[in-house]
Every structure is written in C-alpha cells, then in structure tokens.
Design a binder for this molecule. Structure first.
Ligand code: HEC
Ligand code: HEC
Ligand code: HEC
Ligand code: HEC
Length: 196
C-alpha cells in the first residue's frame, strides 16, 4: 500500500516535471521564433539619407519644421549644402513653402556638376540682397537705427558693404569657401586670386 502511494507520487512528480519541461520548451521555441522575426522585421534606417530629414516622423508629429513641398525639395540641395538644414533664413522660409530654388533658381547645371565649377542660377551680391527680400516683403526696409545696430554689433563688417537684411536674419553666409564665383557675372574666380 505504502509502496503503491509512493509510486503514484513519483508518477505525479514525473508528469509535473514533464509539463514544466514542455512549457519551457514551448517558451524557448516561442522566443526563438520572436527573435528571428525581429531580425527580419528590423527597420534598417540609413541615417545618411538626406531625404529622411524632410519627412515627418512615424507618429505623424512634425519633428522640426513642417514638411512643405519646398522643404522636401530642399533635400536635393542638402546633398552638398548640409550646413543649411537648420539655418534660419532657409528653414524659416522652407516652413512656409519658400525653398532654396525660389530664391536661387532650379540650378540644375549647378547641382549636377561634380566638378563644382558651375554656379547656381541666381546669386546675390550684397547690393542685391535688399531688393530680393523686397520682392516679397514689399514694405520692409532698413531704417537708420538698424544700420547703427549692425555697425555696432558687427565691427568686422567692411564699411564699404551696405547693411542688409541678412546681417540680422539667419546665418546664411558661408564662413569658408572652396569655390567662388563672381556673384554678378557668374564667372569662376580662380582659387589663388584674393578677393576682399
Ligand atoms: C519668394 C518670396 C520671399 C522672398 C524672396 C523672401 N521672403 Fe521672407 N517670407 C516670405 C513669406 C511668404 C513669409 C511668411 C509670411 C510673412 O511673415 O511675411 C516670410 C517670412 C519671413 C520672415 C519671418 C519668419 C521667420 O522665418 O522668422 C523673415 C524674418 C523673412 N521672411 C525674412 C526675409 C529676408 C531677410 C529675405 C531676403 C533675404 C526674404 N525674407 C525673402 C516670402 C519671401
Ligand atoms: C538690425 C537688424 C535687422 C535688419 C537689418 C532687418 N531686420 Fe527684420 N527683424 C529684425 C528683428 C529683431 C525682428 C523681430 C524678431 C524676429 O521676428 O526675428 C525682425 C522681424 C522681421 C520680420 C518678421 C516680423 C514681421 O514684421 O512680420 C520680417 C519679415 C523681416 N524682419 C524682414 C526683414 C527684411 C526684408 C529686412 C531687409 C529689408 C530686414 N528684416 C532687416 C531685425 C532686423
Ligand atoms: C528667401 C530667399 C533665400 C532662400 C530661401 C535661400 N537663400 Fe541662399 N541666399 C539668399 C541671399 C539673399 C543670399 C546672399 C546673402 C548675403 O550675402 O548676405 C544667399 C546666399 C547663399 C549662399 C552663399 C553664401 C555666401 O557666403 O556666399 C549659399 C551657399 C546659399 N545661399 C545656399 C542656399 C541654400 C542651400 C538654400 C536652401 C536650403 C538657400 N540658400 C535658400 C537668399 C535665399
Ligand atoms: C554636387 C554638390 C552641390 C549640389 C547638389 C548643390 N550645390 Fe550649391 N554649391 C556647391 C558648391 C561646391 C558650392 C561652392 C561653395 C563652397 O565653396 O563651399 C556651392 C555654392 C552654392 C551657392 C553660393 C553661390 C554664391 O553666392 O557664391 C548657392 C546659392 C548654391 N550653391 C545653391 C544651391 C542650390 C539652391 C542647390 C539645390 C537646388 C544646390 N546649390 C545644390 C555644390 C552643390
């Protein structure tokens, strides 16, 4: 009688252990399945792709300025001009659908030239800046007080250069240049030639 009871107990323990093993096995297989699924479903994000910059985030919330048509098109310029992605004059206007090309032209020969010797369609010598801004901001002008402010705050600015809108709005000028053109004629300026 006693021996029989021990035997049934042993059988219970055996069944219990088998169950535990089975559940464990299923869990392992399950995990294995999940893992391999994760590997294949993993989203590979190419963070080098400039086009991603202009796209809205997954949840539809804008992570930065809204993706206007102009903001998306600006990506073609960011391939080489990545330093303008967050620049205020460009980004502010892109957000209200005024892209690089609205001011600088489509510039296809420029952007397709791997030698970087072809200028963009439209450049602005310092005297041409205010008239460009006034094409859209018709009543905007520079008042004497603003001239005074810029002269005081930017002592490095040559006296021969007029005070213009871009002295205050944005950081749109390049601190260093590899290639230069005469902004009025579009002629390439040889690298060894010193300009003011
Ligand atoms: C093709 C038209 C166009 C041109 C050219 C243009 N703008 Fe604008 N700009 C706009 C529009 C449209 C807005 C949004 C409405 C508004 O604020 O007037 C705007 C907004 C702005 C704003 C306020 C929004 C912000 O980003 O803070 C500033 C500052 C500005 N422009 C400065 C300039 C300057 C400086 C120039 C010249 C370099 C210029 N704009 C040339 C169309 C233009
Ligand atoms: C001395 C610096 C200075 C100069 C020069 C200047 N601005 Fe501004 N501008 C400001 C400041 C400061 C504001 C107010 C803060 C802001 O919106 O950035 C402003 C605001 C603006 C705004 C948006 C506010 C509005 O009135 O709707 C526009 C557009 C603008 N400026 C265009 C121009 C244009 C075009 C020129 C050139 C003709 C120009 N600014 C020259 C400093 C300047
Ligand atoms: C609202 C008009 C406007 C928009 C939009 C705009 N630009 Fe400009 N850009 C100008 C003006 C005006 C100048 C000359 C600024 C100056 O000399 O102060 C200029 C100058 C430049 C320069 C030469 C700077 C230098 O130091 O010689 C580069 C490069 C440039 N822009 C690139 C871009 C790119 C790239 C975009 C788009 C991401 C863009 N711009 C959008 C008006 C614009
Ligand atoms: C293949 C590369 C490339 C692409 C794409 C490109 N650029 Fe440029 N861009 C350059 C180089 C190089 C310079 C010279 C600036 C320097 O030396 O850093 C330049 C200079 C400029 C300048 C300054 C002109 C001046 O005033 O002296 C403007 C404006 C400009 N690009 C606009 C654009 C716009 C707008 C687009 C998009 C439609 C664009 N670029 C796309 C390479 C490129």
């Amino acid at each position: 009688m006693k021996a029989a009871r021990i035997e049934t107990m042993n059988r219970y323990i055996f069944i219990l252990m088998a169950l535990v093993a089975a559940i464990g096995g299923v869990a392992l297989i399950g995990c294995g399945g999940d893992n391999s699924e994760d590997d294949t479903a993993a989203l590979v994000v190419d963070t080098d792709s400039p086009l991603l910059l202009a796209e809205p985030s997954e949840n539809g919330e804008a992570s930065g300025p809204p993706a206007t048509k102009a903001a998306v098109e600006n990506a073609a310029c960011f391939v080489c001009h990545a330093n303008y992605v967050e620049e205020k004059l460009a980004a502010g206007h892109a957000a209200i659908n005024v892209g690089c090309t609205k001011c600088h032209g489509q510039s296809h020969p420029h952007r397709n030239d791997e030698n970087h010797t072809t200028p963009p369609d439209r450049m602005f010598a310092i005297e041409a800046v205010v008239p460009l801004c006034q094409e859209c901001h018709k009543s905007a002008k520079i008042d004497p007080q603003e001239i005074e402010t810029v002269r005081r705050e930017q002592p490095g600015k040559p006296a021969s250069e007029p005070v213009v809108c871009t002295d205050c709005h944005g950081k749109h000028r390049l601190p260093n240049r590899a290639v230069r053109w005469d902004k009025t004629t579009g002629k390439l300026i040889p690298a060894d030639k010193k300009i003011d």
